[in-house]
Design a protein around this ligand. Structure first.
Ligand SMILES: C[S@@+](CC[C@H](N)C(=O)[O-])C[C@H]1O[C@@H](n2cnc3c(N)ncnc32)[C@H](O)[C@@H]1O
Length: 293
């Protein structure tokens, strides 16, 4: 009984501190420079490589991405590649082919790229993503995962990705739909901790993306919402943070334990409902597929 009481106090204090210490940037410039420098040190790169979420990336995100990567691709660029969570999946995808595409992993942090093991068809480049050392109109596919969603100047990155991608080539990246953020903010009464806009600084919505494409000679081919059960902001107020972690751990078990196969089908059906209906409001993340004209 006593133990439960202290646990409750502790979680209350933690939730208050969490709100108090939420980082607030004073200007757009400060946000951009903080986020660009965040993974430069040896320590932060080490922590990223150890802690980055791989389970749901491999089970949910990668299958959605790989469906949009053509097996005939000859030149692929991964922008903001980090320690290579996505790059290594791309390399693996072409392993069985005689002719593998040239893959360039680009990041502002050398320490991050150092975690990516060398491969004959892989080139690692330390560079700023708004000024890529890549020829115009050259890549078949240009990707950026968990990268531009952090930046208020997301259009600068996207411009550069359009520049380096060949006509008829594809750009693939993920972002946090502003439609989802808005819904969580509209539900303030139910949700004591509505998502702060500053947590996801890229203001990307379907209409913003369509406008960008119209002005930049590309076509918005598809938006695929995903992550209904994982890090859905709508679940946060329903579950305390420790329960949320428990929920995610249990959800992970559903994927790994054979005896949960039936349950997994039910979960997948629910997730599919939102993904197939393209309901951007309901999912924490979305994958955008843009074709360069
Ligand atoms: C959250 S990590 C994502 C890494 C990887 N794409 C993944 O999915 O695991 C964001 C990466 O973007 C890189 N980055 C941040 N600002 C950048 C910039 N201006 N130019 C190039 N890379 C940048 C960081 O160094 C970091 O490796």
């Amino acid at each position: 009984m006593e133990f439960a009481f202290f646990k409750k106090i502790k979680s209350k204090i933690l939730s208050i501190l969490n709100i108090k210490f939420r980082r607030k940037f004073k200007s757009r410039h400060e946000t951009i420079s903080y986020k660009s420098n965040a993974w430069k040190s040896k320590k932060s790169s080490y922590v990223y490589d150890k802690k980055v979420e791989r389970f749901f990336f491999n089970k949910i995100t990668w299958p959605l991405i790989s469906k949009n990567i053509n097996r005939n691709s000859e030149y692929i660029i991964d922008v903001g590649a980090g320690t290579g969570r996505l790059t290594s999946k791309i390399i693996e995808m072409f392993n069985d082919l005689e002719k593998t595409p040239l893959i360039k992993a680009i990041d502002i942090s050398k320490n991050m790229l150092d975690y990516l093991p060398p491969k004959p068809n892989l080139e690692k480049i330390v560079a700023e993503a708004t000024n890529l050392p890549i020829k115009n109109n050259s890549a078949d596919i240009t990707l950026a995962m968990d990268f531009i969603l952090h930046f208020p100047n997301w259009e600068d990155f996207l411009h550069e990705m359009v520049r380096v991608t060949s006509s008829e080539g594809k750009i693939i990246f993920n972002y946090v739909p502003q439609e989802h953020i808005k819904l969580t903010q509209d539900l303030t009464l139910l949700n004591p901790y509505p998502v702060a806009y500053t947590e996801y600084t890229a203001n990307i919505s379907e209409s913003n993306l369509s406008k960008f494409c119209k002005n930049n000679n590309c076509t918005l081919q598809k938006i695929i919402p995903y992550n209904f059960f994982v890090c859905n902001e709508l679940f946060r107020p329903l579950l305390s943070s420790s329960n949320y972690i428990k929920f995610i751990n249990e959800y992970q078990k559903i994927y790994t334990d054979e005896k949960n196969k039936k349950l997994l089908e039910v979960y997948k059906d629910i997730e599919d409902l939102f993904i197939k209906n393209g309901d951007l409001k309901m999912c924490n993340l979305a994958l955008a597929i843009i074709k360069v004209n």
